[in-house]
Design a protein around this ligand. Structure first.
Ligand code: BTN
Length: 275
């Protein structure tokens, strides 16, 4: 298991509450998404929930209970959305697009999966979007979207991957955020969440399947072309400073420090441009 892929984490407080039921919002093109993805992933389903604690938490609970079918779970509102490093993800209804894709995945090496996902999302959304290693999509040095990948055991020698994505669609307050927010409405006039999800879903599944077969290699040049930190002065959460020098063949971030090149691969380390 790669250090770049967090192990399954404990539920956040409140995550044990049941997902809310109810009919999906009519504007979600659930059938069109299913039709686009099911040929790639037999048995694939799309579920839209008016409210859930966290789409990641919900799919992790299901996987641990033996439910490992491929599914795209969308929430109109999350009451306990989670980000990396134990952070919260603000998920008020209407402010963004929040979903998780769950599927059995068996790459030889998990390194670089979040980078490949970022490449897929950015390429689907807009040419101006940059990727901030390892899990963020940035617009002009502000955070547009985040990715949270977790895995659960799904049977003998099988892992179920939960790829959670939160994208800001509309303006949101920067209160309490370490990086100022960006929103998709800044670069696109069409920010209808259903249409965006339809645009993202099939390329994302293709990305995961390509990653499963070939690892990070097919994504490296594409990531590097959008690398928001490339050749910039950076500081790491452990206090080290240096210069970001692109990625290794496996998706670790190369940072040139006083002591030479350091390859960062831990999901527990965060990095930001030096002020
Ligand atoms: C991060 O920026 O640290 C990652 C944010 C990931 C947020 C998404 S929203 C859908 C899914 N459910 C969650 O609770 N988190 C992810």
């Amino acid at each position: 298991m790669s250090a770049n892929l967090p192990l399954p984490v404990a539920h956040a407080p409140g995550a044990s509450q049941a997902a809310a039921g109810g009919p999906p919002h009519p504007s979600w093109p659930a059938e069109a998404i299913r039709d686009a993805v099911a040929p790639l992933l037999p048995g694939f389903a799309v579920e839209v929930l008016p409210e859930v604690d966290s789409t990641n938490s919900e799919l992790m609970r299901r996987a641990r209970a033996g439910r490992a079918a491929p599914v795209l779970l969308v929430a109109q509102r999350q009451t306990a959305g989670r980000g990396r490093l134990g952070r919260d993800w603000d998920s008020r209804a209407g402010a963004g697009l929040t979903f998780s894709l769950g599927l059995v995945l068996a790459p030889t090496d998990w390194w670089g999966l979040s980078l490949a996902v970022g490449v897929s999302l950015a390429e689907s959304l807009d040419s101006r979007i940059r990727l901030k290693w390892p899990n963020d999509l940035w617009l002009d040095d502000r955070k547009l979207a985040g990715i949270l990948i977790e895995t659960a055991t799904a049977g003998p020698a099988q892992r179920y991957a939960v790829v959670g994505v939160g994208i800001n669609l509309d303006e949101r307050p920067s209160t309490g955020l370490s990086t100022a927010p960006a929103w998709l409405g800044e670069v696109r006039s069409d920010c209808e969440p259903g249409a965006i999800l339809l645009q993202l879903a099939e390329p994302l599944v293709r990305t995961l399947q390509l990653f499963e077969r070939e690892g990070f290699a097919p994504f490296k040049a594409r990531f590097d072309a959008r690398d928001a930190l490339r050749d910039r002065a950076v500081v790491l959460s452990d206090g080290t400073s240096g210069w970001a020098r692109g990625t290794t063949g496996q998706g670790a971030l190369r940072v040139e420090t006083e002591r030479g090149i350091k390859a960062l691969s831990s999901s527990e380390v965060s990095v930001r441009p030096r002020a």
